[in-house]
Ligand binder design. Structure first.
Ligand code: CA
Ligand code: ZN
Length: 299
């Protein structure tokens, strides 16, 4: 199995990037990721000010996927996310939803053992996920802190073990990169961090030719979710809703108005994160109403 080590990182997703490794469709490979602080925050007495912010949010890659071309879909199955024995979570003045109330920074080193983390004596089952994962954008450059149509810092709790992502391929080879894994994160990520960890991620990729999507999708056992981001929550909700209603209309062969009502009955809009440079939500389509494969076939 190919291993892409954590020393090969990017800090922005660009339309032209030099790949560090090549993989084939259906190949299973391992990606070693750094935590979002690039391993700089290891003790609770460290002050946030002494960290080098320019190293934040490293994404391992880019990885060239053979046969992927603009106008295709890249399918990324997350087979496993192996977590270390501890991680870190922080709050910092001005950061997060309640940032105006934070008078001092607080760093918590949190132990992880037997599938749970221990926070102040409270045992919480972990749910490992990938915070930053994306491909080369159509044009321009997006720093790895920002989520957009190419993916990036989507901080979506459903991007976890067993899930499958679908990205629009914008450049030859797709150029996949990922990092910023969390052992645990709640919807919203309101204090601005999850349980931040370095991780070993096992992936399997595939290419679906000639199918285009506007925003990334994540497929779980029971749902297909459109992950959309915007400068405001309203913009993100609009984009996710718009895409979901289009999928329902096309996939179920009904009028746009019929699909719009169906979405109002059966498609949940959930908050992914409220703390990154753009905000992220997902529109959650139950697979018992419309299968992921049916959505893709109808594109
Ligand atoms: Ca993040
Ligand atoms: Zn993170």
């Amino acid at each position: 199995m190919k291993v892409i080590d954590g020393s090969k990182v990017i800090h922005s997703f660009k339309s032209d990037m030099e790949p560090v490794e090549k993989v084939n469709p259906k190949e299973i490979f391992k990606v070693c990721t750094n935590d979002c602080f690039h391993g700089q925050l290891i003790r609770e007495d460290q002050t946030f000010g002494e960290l080098d912010y320019s190293l934040f949010n490293p994404a391992t890659g880019p990885i060239y996927i053979e046969g992927a071309e603009a106008g295709d879909l890249l399918k990324v199955k997350i087979l496993d996310i192996q977590v270390p024995s501890k991680g870190v979570s922080v709050t910092v003045p001005k950061e997060g939803v309640l940032g105006n109330k934070v008078t001092k920074a607080l760093t918590k080193i949190i132990e992880i053992k037997d599938g749970s983390c221990n926070y102040n004596g409270i045992q919480i089952p972990i749910r490992p996920m990938i915070g930053v994962i994306g491909v080369a954008p159509k044009e321009g450059e997006y720093d790895t802190a920002t989520p957009w149509k190419h993916g990036g810092n989507m901080d979506t709790a459903d991007i976890g073990i067993g899930s499958t992502l679908y990205f629009p391929v914008n450049q030859k080879g797709a150029l996949l990169a990922l990092g910023d894994c969390h052992a645990l994160m709640a919807d919203g990520e309101i204090a601005c961090s999850g349980l931040e960890i370095a991780a070993e991620v096992i992936l399997q990729v595939d290419v679906i030719k000639g199918k285009e999507i506007a925003w990334p999708l994540v497929e779980t056992d029971d749902y297909t979710m459109v992950i959309a981001s915007g400068d405001t929550l309203d913009e993100a909700v609009y984009a996710a809703s718009d895409e979901a209603v289009k999928y329902l209309a096309k996939g179920l062969n009904m009028s746009w108005e019929e699909a719009y009502i169906l979405a109002s009955l059966a498609v949940d809009i959930r908050i992914s994160q409220l703390v990154d440079p753009k905000l992220t939500v997902r529109a959650v389509i139950p697979k018992r109403i419309l299968e992921t494969q049916k959505i893709i076939r109808s594109l």
